[in-house]
Design a protein. Structure first.
Length: 472
């Protein structure tokens, strides 16, 4: 079905200029040592502090768009394999409810048991680049992120779009040891400052599951975006339809388990602008979404919004200062047969909360950032204050769908009648040493609030890692 839709949009053949026909081989190796100190659980005897490592080898081949099949215009072909390896995982880091998994190392152990590594096809697709009136088309298993369809020319604004506006609908979640891909079709067309993109896909397994090569056919995403960008502005309107028909017990605050199909429609947009007045440079980011649909047998309606402002001035010594607030709606009444918690879809919590103890559900926050960057280095410091949007709802954390059966993926812990979730402070340093090597260092600390104190004997959480990525 998806292939038929894509082929109908391909159009006539366009002559090529005899490009190289030799395949391009490529590979990369990522090595990370990761340390966790999760909130100490109320039940003794579980590992809340540990260090482990994960390595990810990716290798593949790209055949350039010099070959064609009769009736089709030239396309490039890409196939890539991935081989993740986990070492030193904690043996006993999944505590009884309400504490659950004590950090990501616990999740790797929970979903893989004694398995430490795997090998699977990460991506396999054909790509027909945009030529003349013909759109850009990708068919197969590929990686993509919502919100980067068209980037502004300004480097700072482009950075904020990729870091703060993109990936709030779906992303490969590259921080995890396995990540994920998407299987389907992507069609887009760019004309000057305007881009239209349409996608329909299934996610693959992965993320915390080492067997990352399966397709989750009972979870589907359809996405449409209209983007416009200039040097100093970037605007996008988007709509997405998300379906989860796995039949698993959904994680929510309803008293009766929801295990029938979930259908969520999300409509939203973002706007980024920047301006210079004298020595002051100011930029703003607005992102918002409304959701409707069905959460099993219950009607679903929810909302989310992000507002952020940044300033630069020579007196700041090269620092870019930013501040903002965000809200992801919660459900005020578990008994009213309505679901009003904003539903994270195929996202990655760590993109916005780098020590990921929260996610995009029933959350209010205010935050400050300081960023200093050049072509090779980025130093970033953040502070976030968290609270629940609705006390009657739960404290949600964890990532979205990554298994065909078993775990719903999202975690929910009781609020215990409190709103205060705590404060996070962190710092990261990323440097490109040369065209082949990139180093990343991160340290984050969370001081849990009243909610955490009510369910744990320790209120402190910690994440630190050192990572090197080498292109082979």
């Amino acid at each position: 079905m998806l292939l038929a839709i894509a082929l109908s949009l391909i159009g006539p053949q366009v002559p090529s200029k005899s490009p190289s026909t030799s395949p391009e081989l490529y590979a990369s190796l990522r090595i990370r040592s990761e340390s966790w100190g999760w909130f100490k659980p109320s039940t003794p005897g579980y590992q809340s502090s540990y260090t482990f490592s994960h390595n990810l080898l990716r290798f593949g081949a790209r055949l350039p768009a010099a070959h064609r099949v009769s009736g089709l215009r030239p396309f490039e072909t890409v196939i890539e394999a991935a081989a993740p390896l986990l070492l030193g995982l904690p043996q006993n880091a999944v505590a009884p409810a309400p504490n659950g998994s004590l950090g990501t190392g616990a999740q790797y152990r929970q979903f893989n048991g004694s398995q430490q590594g795997s090998l699977f096809i990460k991506t396999a697709f054909i790509h027909m680049p945009q030529v003349g009136r013909n759109p850009d088309i990708v068919i197969g298993r590929y990686e993509t992120v919502d919100g980067i369809e068209l980037l502004p020319a300004d480097a700072d604004l482009s950075y904020m779009q990729t870091q703060r506006a993109a990936g709030r609908m779906f992303t490969p979640n590259p921080f995890t040891a396995v990540g994920r891909a998407f299987e389907g079709v992507k069609v887009s067309k760019t004309l000057g400052t305007h881009n239209i993109t349409a996608m329909a896909f299934y996610p693959t397994t992965g993320q915390f599951n080492l067997d990352g090569g399966d397709t989750i056919t009972k979870v589907r995403q359809v996405y449409l975006a209209d983007s416009r960008a200039t040097k100093t502005t970037s605007n996008r309107l988007f709509a997405g339809i998300y379906t989860d028909a796995r039949g698993l017990n959904a994680v929510d605050n309803d008293l009766t388990p929801t295990n029938s199909a979930i259908n969520v429609t999300t409509i939203g947009g973002n706007a980024l602008t920047s301006s210079i007045r004298g020595k002051w440079r100011t930029d703003t980011l607005l992102w918002g979404a409304l959701q409707g649909g069905q959460w099993g047998s219950r009607p679903h309606s929810a909302y989310a919004g992000v507002a952020e402002v940044g300033v630069k001035h020579p007196s700041f010594g090269g620092w870019w200062l930013r501040g903002g607030t965000s809200v992801f709606s919660g459900d005020a009444n578990p008994n009213d047969q309505k679901h009003e918690t904003f539903a994270p879809q195929i996202t990655a919590p760590r993109q916005n909360w780098r020590t990921p103890t929260v996610t995009e559900a029933n959350l209010n926050e205010v935050y400050l950032m300081a960023i200093k960057r050049n072509k090779k280095e980025t130093l970033r410091i953040e502070a976030h204050q968290y609270a629940l949007d609705k006390v009657a709802d739960r404290w949600y954390s964890g990532g979205p769908v990554f298994q065909t059966t078993g775990s719903f993926a999202l975690s929910g812990r009781p609020s215990n009648g409190y709103r205060d979730l705590g404060t996070m402070v962190d710092a990261s340093y990323d440097v490109t040493l040369n065209p082949r090597d990139t180093v990343s260092i991160y340290i984050g600390y969370v001081r849990g609030g009243e909610i955490v104190a009510a369910s744990n004997t320790g209120r402190s959480a910690f994440l630190g890692f050192a990572q090197i990525t080498h292109k082979l």
